[in-house]
Ligand binder design. Structure first.
Ligand SMILES: Cc1cc2nc3c(=O)[nH]c(=O)nc-3n(C[C@H](O)[C@H](O)[C@H](O)COP(=O)(O)OP(=O)(O)OC[C@H]3O[C@@H](n4cnc5c(N)ncnc54)[C@H](O)[C@@H]3O)c2cc1C
Ligand code: FES
Length: 355
């Protein structure tokens, strides 16, 4: 009996340096999950071991891999004790080195019961989906939730397409784009999820508007518009005086949506606000007078007046767009620490946790 209790797994302590914060992690729980449950803004995005956002150095202690780190990390990173906190359980007390760890309180994610109560076509391949929750959810503008449906393996992540409310939100709105061959979006667009019961886990994600006085450059591609609109609608409620340019990368005029809400943001914004839609596949002979091409090339030409050492950049959408825009803004002199991105990875980008 004494031996049995000696072997019983116990909670371990995780310390983040140089911030000097610490929290407990339960046996088998991921370090990321434990940190988020304690309300810390642990760096993360996908939570399932595909994006690499949560990687950091293990400076002391031992961890167990929940899925193989080698799916995401390079050989040199593995040799240098780099780990993924979303895929690591603690085998002993551990110390992690996370430079630039942000001391912001995030609402710990929880499980909610949800029901899809309305869907509305925004374009030919994007819907606004409204989900009623069993109780109000608090979140930061720009974050996302994970949606579970009983008939579909795993969860799908979708960003809030609305600003938060002080009293929490009993209904949440998402913008969901159809993905060819996609299981969840296939059912949604076949109208098989009307009034469907879903599990909601959230909030999650490190995408929120950072404090500052400098200009803001936002770039949303496709369904990546949701967190940008959430973030800007929320910021439009306060007096901050920050100039802002919002780029919307889409294929054609038929793919533009949410324009009325963007107009309202522009009207309420405290300071200069510019909206720049950029179309990559608009027919040559159409009546479109705006910019054409890929959004990263447009930024090179149109972002000049928004560049300063204090400029913050917020990017959301498909990974190739994020990678291209990140390269462009780095070349324009924006500091890496001022670039915040949410990559809308899907099942074609890697593996999901199987346990
Ligand atoms: C943080 C975050 C936020 C997001 N926010 C949004 C949002 O606001 N709006 C939005 O529309 N989307 C968002 N996404 C993407 C979204 O979570 C889903 O990935 C997307 O809707 C696809 O789900 P699905 O079930 O339809 O497709 P899935 O069934 O997951 O398949 C996706 C694609 O992968 C292919 N595929 C499936 N399995 C494999 C495999 N084993 N190997 C290779 N290819 C495979 C499919 O054919 C399909 O093309 C977000 C993603 C992340 C990570
Ligand atoms: S959050 Fe860990 S790999 Fe994406």
């Amino acid at each position: 009996m004494a031996l049995f209790s000696f072997l019983k797994p116990s909670n371990k302590k995780v310390t983040i340096e140089p911030a000097g914060v610490s929290f407990e992690v339960k046996p088998g729980q991921s370090i990321l999950e434990a940190g988020l449950s304690a309300g810390y803004a642990m760096p993360h995005s996908c939570t399932v071991g595909t994006c690499g956002t949560c990687k950091c150095k293990l400076s002391d202690g031992r961890v167990r891999e929940l899925t193989n780190f080698a799916y995401v990390l390079e050989a040199e990173e593995l040799q240098s004790d780099i780990i993924l906190t979303c895929q690591a359980a603690a085998k002993s007390d551990v110390t992690l080195n996370i430079p630039g760890f942000e001391l912001k309180h995030l609402t710990p994610p929880e499980d909610f019961k949800g029901k899809i109560i309305a869907t509305e076509d925004l374009t030919h391949d994007t819907k606004k989906v409204t989900i009623a929750l069993d109780r109000p959810m608090h979140f930061d503008a720009g974050q996302y939730v994970q949606v579970h449906h009983n008939d579909i393996y795993g969860a799908r992540s979708y960003s809030f397409a609305m600003p938060p409310a002080e009293e929490g939100c009993r209904e949440i709105e998402l913008f969901i784009r159809q993905v060819p061959g996609g299981e969840f979006t296939g059912k949604l667009f076949a109208n098989e999820l009307e009034q469907a019961e879903v599990g909601i886990h959230g909030p999650a994600g490190n995408f929120w508007l950072r404090d500052g006085r400098g200009p803001i450059i936002c770039v949303g591609g496709g369904s990546g518009l949701a967190p940008i609109v959430s973030l800007l609608e929320h910021a439009a409620k306060s007096d901050h005086g920050r100039p802002c340019v919002m780029f919307f990368g889409a294929r054609t005029q038929d793919d533009l949506y949410c324009l009325e809400r963007i107009n309202q943001i522009a009207e309420k914004w405290d300071g200069a606000f510019q909206f720049v839609p950029v179309l990559s596949h608009e027919p040559e002979d159409s009546d479109w007078k705006g910019l054409r091409g890929f959004v990263n090339t447009a930024i090179e030409g149109a972002a000049g007046q928004y560049l300063s050492s204090e400029t913050q950049v917020y990017l959301c959408g498909p990974p190739p767009m994020i990678d291209a825009v990140t390269e462009t803004v780095l070349a324009l002199g924006i500091e890496e620490g001022n670039i915040h991105a949410d990559k809308f990875l899907d099942a074609s980008h890697g593996i999901s946790r199987q346990d």
